[in-house]
Structures are given as C-alpha cells and as structure tokens.
Design a protein around this ligand. Structure first.
Ligand code: NAP
Length: 292
C-alpha cells in the first residue's frame, strides 16, 4: 500500500464534530502506515482554490471524504465518478491517484445496505417509510430502488415538499423510482403498516429535538433506523424502544462507509483486525462525545 507520508481527510462545513479521523487514524496506526487523516473545514468560496491545489503534483493529499454540504457540489471538480455515484449524483469519497486524477465514489449507500445485512433486515417486498429529502435521503432512496431485493413500496415525507419533489424529479431521470410515493403529511407515511422507518433528517442531533412522529404509530414489527448516531438513542429511537420496535442508529453506517472509503484509497481489502480497530475507535469516540 503506497500511502507513505500521505494526507487524507474530510471536507465539509462544519467538520469539527466528525469521528472519521479517529477511525482512519486507528487504521493507519494498526497498519503501521505513515499517513494522517485531517479535518478540512472549507467555506464555499474556498472550494475552487482547494481543488486547484489538490491537482498539483506536490499535493500530499491522496484521499478525501466529503460531507454536508458538498456531496453534490464536488462532482464538478472530479475527472471521473463511478456509475453508482453517477446514479445517486452524490460523492462522499474521493480517490486522488499519483497522476492527480480525482475519482468520486459514493460509499454511503452501500454502507447503509451493509448495516441492514448486519441487522438481518431483508428489504425484499417490505414497506418502507422515509423522513427527509437531503443528501442522505438521496443515497438511501436511490440504492433502495436499485437493489434486486426490491421493497414493495417507499413512502417519503419532507418538511419542505418542494425539496422532495426536486429530488424525485432528478432521480427519476436515471433510476426507476416507481415504488416511491411522496407524501405530504407524516400520517400518510402509513407507519403502522410499515416494516422499516428511516430518519434521514438531522432532527435528533440537538438536545430538545422532537421525535418527529407520534409515538402510538410505532410498533413491534417495525425497524426504526435513525441516521443520527449522536446521541446514540435519539428521541425517535427512545420512543421506538418504548413501543417494542427494533432500533438502530447510524454509527455502523458511518463505520461501513469509512471501511469502503479506506479500501478505495488504499486499493486493498482490509483485514478483520484492522476493521475491528476502526470500529472500536469509532465507538469509543462516539461514547466520549455523547450529547444527552
Ligand atoms: P441535509 O442534506 O442538510 O438534509 C437535512 C434534512 O433534514 C432535510 O430533509 C431537512 O428538511 C431535514 N430537517 C432539518 N431540520 C429539520 C426539522 N427541524 N424538521 C424537519 N426536518 C428537518 O443533510 P444530510 O446530508 O441529508 O444528513 C442528514 C442527517 O443524516 C445528518 O444528521 C447527518 O449527520 C446524518 N448522516 C449520517 C450518516 C451516517 O453514516 N450515519 C451519513 C450521512 C448523513 P428540509 O428540506 O425541510 O430542510
């Protein structure tokens, strides 16, 4: 693996809260690789300059993660993006080759699926309800429509309906989204009839955030998946637990996307012991930064 003295990192704004450095620096340490993963908080007007420098032969940066709000905006700087990233139209991982070519990947979507597999949740013929229409919803909705284990239906609600309409209009040009039904109220998500409820909004991150749905709608046959992982039990997940539903937060999704990103950068499959160190570093970091 050729990552000697190389720099990796995450771009976004803000990024100070990111747990990714813990995970990737743990992997570098375990592998004995002289490389470091850094935070790159970038304002919008700094993006052009950052990407211009990235293409310089002297740049030490060989891999990046991309987070809010740049997952779509970075695409214009990339020489190539994978077919999956092209379908989703969002990039959260960038590989920079020795020739300074920039290649964009989406590892969020396969990471979400990997976590569903870990949870032994098969999406085939299931009824799915989604809250939110931002970048995370884009990746999850797209991949759920593309997999062979096709759900029966996906109902999706967003506080700002216009944003949901724009998302669906865009995805429809590249993906068969005929199983997707946008709804205009949370009641119309039919949570009592659903198998999986996914919160892709950022609600739950801040102390005092609401649970988003009425507690009585949650039930024992439901898996409630919250992409928020800090706090580990969001108000939504607390309600779901009370109602006997299965619950999962987004920490494992973060882990899986990190493993995939690392493997793209290094062009190797990571051994289980390295992955374990990454997971442990992430879990330790998450438990230390818990917001109550
Ligand atoms: P985003 O593009 O900024 O979208 C935010 C979404 O949250 C929008 O649908 C927005 O609705 C909704 N929202 C925000 N405040 C709301 C409120 N008060 N009430 C109702 N809806 C509200 O962000 P994103 O990239 O999709 O990320 C969303 C969350 O997922 C973040 O917490 C992020 O950390 C998390 N995430 C986790 C992982 C993981 O690996 N676990 C990966 C990606 C993202 P409007 O359109 O109405 O504003």
């Amino acid at each position: 693996m050729d990552v000697q003295s190389a720099v990796y990192g995450i771009i976004g704004y803000p990024v100070a809260h990111s747990l990714s450095p813990l995970m990737h620096n743990a992997a570098f340490k375990e592998l004995g690789v002289d490389a470091v993963y850094k935070l790159f908080p970038l304002k919008e007007n700094e993006l052009d300059g950052f990407f211009a420098q990235l293409r310089e032969p002297s740049s030490p940066i060989f891999g990046l993660n991309v987070t809010v709000p740049y997952k779509e905006r970075v695409i214009k700087y990339l020489g190539n993006i994978t077919p999956l990233a092209q379908k989703i139209m969002a990039v959260n991982t960038i590989v920079i080759t020795k020739e300074r070519k920039l290649i964009g990947y989406n590892t969020d979507a396969p990471a979400f699926l990997s976590h569903l597999v870990e949870l032994k949740f098969n999406t085939r013929d299931k009824k799915i309800a989604i809250l939110g229409s931002g970048g995370a919803a884009r990746a999850i909705l797209a991949i759920l429509c593309m997999i062979p284990e096709r759900p029966d239906s996906i109902k999706i609600y967003n506080r700002t309906p216009e944003r949901l309409d724009i998302l669906l209009e865009d995805l429809r040009t590249r993906i068969d989204i005929s199983i997707v039904e946008p709804v205009r109220s949370i009641d119309d998500l039919d949570i009592p009839g659903a198998d999986l409820l996914i919160n892709t909004t950022s609600v739950g991150l801040k102390p005092g955030d609401p649970g988003l749905v009425d507690e009585e709608l949650l039930h024992r046959k439901l898996l409630v998946y919250d992409l928020v992982y800090n706090p580990p039990l969001t108000p939504l997940l607390k309600m779901a637990q009370k109602r006997g539903a299965h619950v999962a937060n987004g920490l494992s999704m973060l882990y899986y996307q990190g493993v995939l990103a690392f493997q793209h950068w290094a062009n190797v499959q990571l051994d289980d012991d390295v992955k374990l160190k990454m997971r442990q570093a992430l879990e330790k970091g998450a438990s230390q930064s818990v917001r109550k």
